[in-house]
Structures are given as structure tokens and as C-alpha cells.
Ligand binder design. Structure first.
Ligand SMILES: O=C(O)CCC(=O)C(=O)O
Ligand SMILES: [Fe+2]
Length: 361
């Protein structure tokens, strides 16, 4: 028997919200990941989002360099070379496309900045991204209401903290790109395309395309010592978990993948799980072509203080959580070949346990 992954439907949400809440909280207490159907984002929009992602990433490197990632504003592009200083290899490119609104919000300067949109792609790109982010945010707000109800909290507990129109809103729409591998490369042992990690946000809504296999999760004791990542967000160096078993979680047509990040794990005293995951390299029977994924990293407003009712973890603001983890990944401590990288990449091909998708009515 495989590891149970729940497939939860949002149909008739208003009438079914209590039931959905129980299902979502059950999934988040168990694996921290679930599949979501009937989420309301039209297929055509999702196809368009992947098309726009490809347009952006197909821009020449010198154009993309004009919109660089910076830790201060937490948006922008990081190419294979830029990210190799984080990961130690060149298998992953990421564009943190937009927080919300006209520009990105610079938390330190307390100001909006307006140069995050590649002019080369025209207004249609910006307009589409913003509308896609709004539609995805609507899914998020339903999920947060479901979670609040499932926890026995007030239904609208999270609403204010996730106000997308606030200057303090740091929810980010991003695109991941993993370049194709040659047949020869696939035959050799390859490190993961995306290193093992837990998301540092509150909750992630992940769009993937059916056939783009590779996402693997290590819930519960499958990743040992993973709880340090949550308690000490600036300390990924010393707290890389040991994984002895991975569960593949392949994209399912009509579904988005949802997972809890470190923030909601803290906010619920560890009841909801922020699960360690990665994208393994393709094997001979996988699609070895380019792989794109579109995560919406949902975060509460930067100034909101997060602490659970039982005060299991120290209070932190969303800003602290993001900046400490971000600095830890990107900081000077992160030299290629360090222990963190070795561990994240040596776990190349491990034992796998199959996922058993369970559709809940
Ligand atoms: O590309 C994927 O399927 C997973 C991406 C991911 O885990 C992330 O962006 O945090
Ligand atoms: Fe992730």
C-alpha cells in the first residue's frame, strides 16, 4: 500500500465549507500536501500562464538580467548561473514574477518599485499575470477559510492577514524552469533538479502540467530532523534532514497541488506540516524535456506577527520568516560544495514509496 494523498474538491464550497475544512486539515496534518480539484481557475488561464511563463523565460539572458532578483524586494529573475551559487549546479532557473499591483513592494525602503515588468513582453503580459494572480488568490482565500474552520478557529481568521491589496502583502507568483536533459545525461546519475527544501511561505498553490513528473515529498519521519527547519528559519545549514524514503507526487489533470509552508506550521504549533520536498531528475521513462512549474507562494502581510495558540514557537513576523530563510539560502555562508549542498544533492536516487491518490467525496 502506498502513501495516501488526498484529492479534495472545492465544488459548492459555500455549502460544503465545514466538510472541506475537515478534509484539508486532515491532509495538512498528515502529509502536508494535497491535490485540489474544482478550484475555479479555468484550464484556459492555466495554459495561458504556462505560455506566458515560456515567453518570459525565453527572453535573452541579457534582457532577463535587467530584472534581477533581489532579497530586498523579493521579486525578480535568477538564472542558472545566479542560482548555482545557491544550489551548486545549473539545473534550475526561477523568476519571482510579481507580488501584487503595479510594482513589487520593497520591504526595507517601504516603497513600491516599478521596474519588475519586462517591457519587452508588453502590457498584455503584466495584465495577464495580475489577473492570474488574483484568480489564484481567490483559491487561497477559500483554502484559508477551510483551514480556519477545520482547526475550529473563526472562519475569517486569516482574511485580513492575506489582504492582497495591502502594501504589506508579500504573496508571490513565480515560475520555475528546469532545462531539458540529453539522453546521455538521463542515463547518468543526476542530482535533483530542485534540491530538497521546505517552503518558507505560509501555503503554496502549485500549477504543474500533467506528464511533468519529478516532484517528490518526504512527509513525517521520512525526513528525519526536519522540524529544525521550522523552529530556526535562518539555520538551514545545520539542519538538513536525512531522507530515507520519497513519495512521488505526479501532477493530476484538473488539479493543482497544495502544500503547507513553514509559516502555517508555526502558526498552528506544528499541527499542520511543512513537508520536505524536491524535484528529482528525470529517469529513462520520464519526460526529459524542459519542465516548468508555477508556484503561488502565499504569505501573510509582512508586519503580521505569527504565533500559535500554544506558543510552541517564538513569535515572528512574516518579514522575519522570509528574510531569515532567504538570507540563509543566499547569504555569504552559502559556498558551493558546503555540507548543505552535498546533502541536498547526494540524495539522488533513494527508495521510493508509491502515492495512493484517494479522492474524498
Ligand atoms: O517544480 C515543482 O514541481 C516544485 C517547485 C517547488 O517545490 C517550489 O517552487 O518551491
Ligand atoms: Fe517547494
Amino acid at each position: 500500500m502506498g502513501r495516501k494523498i488526498l484529492k479534495i474538491s472545492l465544488h459548492d464550497f459555500e455549502a460544503r465549507k465545514h466538510e472541506v475544512g475537515k478534509q484539508v486539515v486532515e491532509a495538512c496534518r498528515d502529509t502536508g500536501f494535497f491535490l485540489l480539484s474544482d478550484h475555479g481557475v479555468p484550464d484556459a488561464d492555466i495554459d495561458e500562464a504556462f505560455a506566458q511563463a515560456k515567453r518570459a523565460l525565453d527572453l535573452p539572458g541579457k534582457t532577463k538580467k535587467k530584472y534581477p532578483f533581489s532579497l530586498d524586494r523579493y521579486v525578480g529573475w535568477r538564472g542558472l548561473d545566479e542560482l548555482s551559487s545557491v544550489t551548486g549546479n545549473r539545473l534550475w532557473e526561477q523568476w519571482l514574477v510579481n507580488r501584487y499591483g503595479v510594482g513589487g513592494y520593497d520591504a526595507r525602503e517601504n516603497d513600491f518599485i516599478g521596474d519588475i515588468w519586462p517591457q519587452e513582453l508588453g502590457d498584455s503580459y503584466k495584465d495577464f499575470v495580475i489577473s492570474f494572480q488574483e484568480k489564484t488568490h481567490a483559491v487561497l482565500l477559500k483554502l484559508l477559510r477551510a483551514i480556519a474552520l477545520g482547526l475550529g478557529w473563526e472562519e475569517h481568521f486569516f482574511d485580513e492577514a492575506f489582504d492582497i491589496t495591502s502594501e504589506q502583502n508579500p504573496s508571490i507568483l513565480a515560475v520555475n524552469y528546469y532545462p531539458p536533459l540529453t539522453e546521455e545525461e538521463v542515463k547518468q546519475k543526476q542530482p535533483p533538479r530542485l534540491h530538497g527544501h521546505a517552503d518558507m511561505d505560509m501555503l503554496t498553490i502549485l500549477y504543474q502540467r500533467p506528464g511533468d513528473t519529478g516532484l517528490e515529498i518526504a512527509p513525517g519521519n521520512d525526513a528525519q530532523n526536519a522540524e529544525h527547519l521550522i523552529a530556526d528559519p535562518g539555520n538551514i545549514w545545520n539542519s538538513m534532514p536525512d531522507v530515507h524514503e520519497w513519495t512521488p507526487l505526479d501532477p493530476v489533470k484538473g488539479c493543482v497541488t497544495v502544500n503547507i509552508g513553514d509559516g502555517l506550521a508555526r502558526w498552528t504549533d506544528g499541527l499542520l506540516k511543512s513537508t520536505y520536498h524536491r524535484v528529482r531528475a528525470p529517469r529513462a521513462d520520464d519526460n526529459r524535456g524542459p519542465r516548468y512549474s508555477i508556484p503561488y507562494f502565499a504569505n501573510s502581510k509582512l508586519d503580521v506577527v505569527i504565533q500559535g495558540p500554544n506558543k510552541k514557537f517564538d513569535p515572528v513576523t512574516s518579514f522575519d520568516l522570509l528574510s531569515k530563510t532567504g538570507e540563509s539560502y543566499d547569504g555569504k555562508k552559502n559556498k558551493p560544495g558546503n555540507e548543505w549542498q552535498k546533502k541536498a544533492y547526494l540524495q539522488a536516487y533513494d527508495r521510493e514509496v508509491a502515492a495512493e491518490i484517494v479522492t474524498v467525496a
